[in-house]
Unconditional design. Sequence first.
Length: 172
Amino acid sequence: MTVLNEEDIERAVRRLAVQAIELCGGTDFVLVGIRTRGVILAQRMRREILRLEHADIPLGVLDIALYRDDLLDGCDAVFKGSEIGFDLDGKNVVLCDDVLYTGRTVRAAMAALASLGRARSVKLFVLVDRGHRELPFAADAVGKHLPTSRRERVAVRFRETDGVDATELVKE
């Protein structure tokens, strides 16, 4: 079942970009996307901020594979490396991901960020928050709150990786 179509995703990205500017008090922040779809969200937010504010926000890619706590459980994560071309020390970071679920990805991302520097602040922005937190993390900005059951999965598809923009709720 489709819960966000192309127009819904565009609208959510615009709203998230505006919220980043508002929550950070302007454009003095960096965007960091969690590989893979968090990077696409961050790229789209960056384009929108450039359109709105004419500010070219630095963008980094964060690979959390080495920080996941499910590596011992046969996780298929492959480390491709982070690409952060700026110093994180003292920066306001807007951390982006596609779906917030248990909070374990956020925990891994915080550990990965801490290994790269000491940010002044970190704000979490997600396209979809589906609930079911196991760790005490909450997003600062959410494109769509989507209550789900644990037997459902949220599949975010982006044109860049999947050829289409859509977010679907899939029964497993």
